[in-house]
Design a protein around this ligand. Structure first.
Ligand code: ATP
Length: 238
C-alpha cells in the first residue's frame, strides 16, 4: 500500500507546554485511521498541525511523499487535505448551500462543484431538503453533517474529521458513523479523531491510542477493540 500521509516524530507545543511529544504514524490510501484518547491527549493539536494551522517544533510530515513543513494552510487544502474541525465551525447565518460552497473556494470547475453539491445532498438528504435555510437552524448532528459535506467539497485525498460524534444523540452518531463507512467504501481516505473509542475502532483499519501527547498503543481497529487495556481505559469495562 502507498502511504498518503507520513507523520514522523511530530512535536507541537503551546509556548513551553508540549502538547504532542513525538508521534509517528502513517495513513495509507483508502484506509480509515483513528486517533483515540481522552481529553487533552493531543488529538486536535495533531490535526490542526497537519492542516497547517499550528507550526510543529519538531518532526516531519509528508503528504504524497512531499514535506508539508512551511506550507501554508490554504496550500495544504489545495494539495488535498481537508479538515472538518471539532465544534463544526459552520456559518450560522449563511444558507446550507452557501456553507457547502465555501468548501469549494479553491475550485474553478463550476460543473464539478455543482455535481459535488448534489453528491453531498445524496449523502445527507436533510441538507438538500433545507438547502436555502440558514445553517444555524440545523440541529447539532445536522451541522456535523454540513461540516463533513463542506470538507468533502474540496475533493480531498485525505479527509480529517475531529470528533464527529461529539454531543450527538446515539441515533445521530450512528448516522455519522455509517456515513464514514459509506465514504470509506467509495475509497475516501480518512483520519478520524474520536473520544468514542468503540465507534471509531469498529470502523477503523488502524488505530492509535494517545495519552498526554504520546501514542501509547497502536493496532488494527479490531485488535484494539479487543485489547484488555483499551477496554478498561476507554470502553468503560472493569
Ligand atoms: P480534546 O478532545 O479535549 O480536544 P485532544 O486530545 O484533542 O482533547 P488537544 O486539544 O490537542 O487534546 O490538547 C492537548 C493539550 O494541549 C492539552 O493539555 C490542552 O490543554 C493543551 N492546549 C490545547 N490548545 C491550547 C492552546 N491554544 N493553548 C495552550 N494549550 C493548549
Amino acid at each position: 500500500m502507498t502511504a498518503l500521509l507520513e507523520v514522523e516524530d511530530l512535536r507541537v507545543a503551546y509556548g513551553k507546554i508540549e502538547a504532542v511529544k513525538g508521534i509517528s504514524f502513517t495513513v495509507d490510501v483508502g484506509q480509515v485511521v483513528t486517533l483515540i484518547g481522552t481529553n487533552g491527549a493531543g488529538k486536535t493539536t495533531t490535526l490542526r498541525t497537519l492542516s497547517g494551522l499550528l507550526k510543529p517544533i519538531g518532526g516531519q510530515v509528508r503528504f504524497e511523499g512531499k514535506p508539508l513543513s512551511g506550507v501554508p494552510a490554504h496550500r495544504i487544502v489545495s494539495l488535498g487535505l481537508a479538515h472538518s474541525p471539532e465544534g463544526r465551525h459552520i456559518f450560522p447565518r449563511m444558507s446550507i448551500e452557501e456553507n457547502l460552497l465555501l468548501g469549494a473556494f479553491l475550485r474553478r470547475d463550476s460543473a464539478g462543484i455543482q455535481r459535488d453539491v448534489e453528491k453531498a445532498y445524496t449523502l445527507f438528504p436533510i441538507l438538500g431538503e433545507r438547502r436555502k435555510q440558514a445553517a444555524g437552524t440545523l440541529s447539532g448532528g445536522e451541522q456535523q453533517m454540513l461540516a463533513m459535506g463542506r470538507a468533502l467539497m474540496s475533493q480531498p485525498k485525505l479527509l480529517m474529521l475531529d470528533e464527529p460524534s461529539m454531543g450527538l444523540s446515539p441515533i445521530m452518531m450512528q448516522k455519522i458513523m455509517s456515513t464514514i463507512t459509506e465514504l470509506r467504501a467509495t475509497g475516501t481516505t480518512i483520519l478520524l479523531v474520536e473520544q468514542n473509542a468503540q465507534a471509531a475502532l469498529s470502523l477503523a483499519d488502524q488505530g492509535h491510542v494517545m495519552e498526554t501527547g504520546r501514542i501509547v498503543l497502536s493496532g488494527t481497529g479490531p485488535d484494539l477493540l479487543h485489547d484488555e487495556s483499551v477496554r478498561k481505559a476507554y470502553l468503560g469495562e472493569d
